[in-house]
Design a protein around this ligand. Structure first.
Ligand code: SAM
Length: 169
């Protein structure tokens, strides 16, 4: 679960009613930063909260730090980086598992699942996101066959180059 630092107390209070908190991961931006004006703070990371439903089922060793070289925002203003999402899915699921993303946005999770052989149910309250998600998945499914490691940019955004995260190299 991604959550901005500001909202952590509210998000954690809501989630604890249903899930067991396990850890907080950090996604660090190597090049970008966000200026938090009220605190006069330059922030270079975002938290990823890890919860389990019931017992913790170990899926293998995982690392609580992810590095991201660039923000990918060509499909959605809150889009998460595809390679980072793939790392999370690799850490916490196995091929063939079902991954559910109720807040799909630009459907990065669905694309990552498609690339990694996981089943996925993704949805979004915003119908436009669902339409865009279908468009993105269709593009990924047809174009990614030639080079599955290259994320597909939204048509019209071809000039924006994706940079791999260092730990993926
Ligand atoms: C942060 S974005 C997700 C971004 C996504 N991970 C990506 O990479 O594109 C959150 C999404 O949740 C959706 N959303 C917000 N409240 C929701 C709800 N109650 N049910 C379903 N979707 C919701 C928003 O419309 C938004 O697209």
């Amino acid at each position: 679960m991604y959550s901005g630092q500001y909202y952590l107390p509210i998000v954690m209070q809501a989630l604890r009613k249903h899930l067991t908190y396990r850890w907080t991961m950090a996604s660090v931006w190597n090049s970008d930063a966000t200026l938090i004006h009220p605190l006069d703070l330059t922030s270079k990371w975002k938290p990823i909260l890890i919860y389990s439903k019931g017992d913790w089922r170990k899926r293998g060793r995982w690392l609580d730090l992810l590095h991201c070289d660039s923000k990918e925002k060509d499909w959605h203003s809150w889009q998460q980086p595809l390679r980072e999402t793939e790392s999370l899915i690799r850490f916490f699921s196995r091929p063939g598992d079902l991954v559910v993303d109720p807040c799909g946005g630009s459907f990065t999770t669905a694309v990552a699942c498609n690339n990694l052989g996981r089943k996925c149910i993704a949805c979004d309250i915003d119908e436009e996101c669902v339409t865009m998600g279908h468009e993105r998945l269709a593009l990924e499914q047809t174009l990614c066959r030639a080079n599955p490691t290259t994320p597909i940019l939204r048509p019209g955004k071809e000039s924006e180059r994706h940079r791999e995260t260092p730990h993926e190299r």
